[in-house]
Ligand binder design. Sequence first.
Ligand SMILES: *Cc1c(COP(=O)(O)O)cnc(C)c1O
Ligand SMILES: [Zn+2]
Length: 454
Amino acid sequence: MNTETLNPETQTDHQNVYLRCFAGCEGKHSVYDVIYRCPKCDALLEVHHEREALSEKNADQWKALFESRASTTIWPYGSGVWSMREWVIPSLRDENVVSMAEGNTNLFWAERFGKQLGVPDLWIKLCGNSHTGSFKDLGMTVLVSVVKQMMAGNSPVKAVACASTGDTSAALAAYAAYAGIPAVIFLPAGKISTAQLIQPVANGAHVLALDTDFDGCMKIVQEVTQDQSIYLANSMNSLRIEGQKTVGIEIVRQFDWEVPDWIIIPVGNLGNISALHQGFKLMMDLGVVTRMPRFVAAQAAKADPFYRSFKNGFKNKISVTAGDTLANAIRIGDPVSYDKAVAAVQETNGLVEEATEAELAEAAAQADTTGMFSCPHTGVALAVLKKLIKQGQIKRNHRTVVISTAHGLKFTDFKVGYHESTLADVSNEHANPPVYVSANPKAVKEVIAQRLGL
Ligand SMILES: *Cc1c(COP(=O)(O)O)cnc(C)c1O
Ligand SMILES: [Zn+2]
């Protein structure tokens, strides 16, 4: 007997919140079903919320509700994701929400950096200030919660699995461990940072390091999860998108419901930009906002299939073999959420731009001298910001938000390499290695006088 189908809340959900084909085929599937693609055409699915059901509140009432919950301790609303529970998965029962108070990340004014670049209204959304150090927590809290509710019924699911360039596995391992659900992780051996590798190891996941790249791991995990007992947690699973979509809503809430002109986001598998779009579409439909920001997808030039597709007018999807980039979390050659991301760029009058290794490293280092501590992916977004300012696209009076996707502390190898000037293809304009001085007051004073120009 399936307890889910007996739960009246879930039944309501099935009518109002369900999975449907992104390409438009007919058919509704429960969010508690083990299904990732449309059975008719193989396109990705999306979670759809019937707008009618959400019109119980008007825009001002929704805003007031979400504001009232920001950072409360009342379970589970202290989470930035679950504070918007009605817009995420309303039928999850309290006891199945697997949350570590993700979201509510800081959106700060990058005053000095923005002024250096000539765009004083520059803001950074620091998604890396989260439990596992990246925005992936936003999606995993939703996916693992749904799995917990499935497993409380008679679902065949026994474990969760993902392929990862590092941050997805850290988030999955942490949330699965919090819920007591086994996790299987597929990583490209030797292609991720030490911090990224040690997180799932510490959380007790089954970590399989494969002698391939991310795209190779992705193929294997799709094969392994054909069996209904292992649930696929990659971003082709649209439950992840439901959690990640809250970032756009949160940004707008933090601006007192004003919409910025631009949002720049580093992209790899293209799930996060699709999520950003989902969040904004929902706000538009409910009248919470009345215009869209322009989205900019930022890619590393060494792994730039989406940039090439954009240059090609999105005539067809281009895939590449992703090269070795410092931005390892976006080292992806065959992005799974391509169709969703094309819609996100086209429907927001958006752009796709790319950055070389030297550009991303310099942009990150320059930003750091103004108080940030940028991961290489954020470096890609910052380098793209500089290019768009130069091209005259982003203007002085535009409000721009850069989504910082991970915490710089996960990428200390990148930082150390930069400041020791050992990175290939990267100059060292901002390198600032420590000065070794003998422990002698006279020598120390001399160095200080010299460095400060006293
Ligand atoms: C996953 C990830 C991205 C890319 O997100 P996609 O949804 O794959 O486009 C960017 N930056 C970091 C740090 C990530 O972990
Ligand atoms: Zn379909």
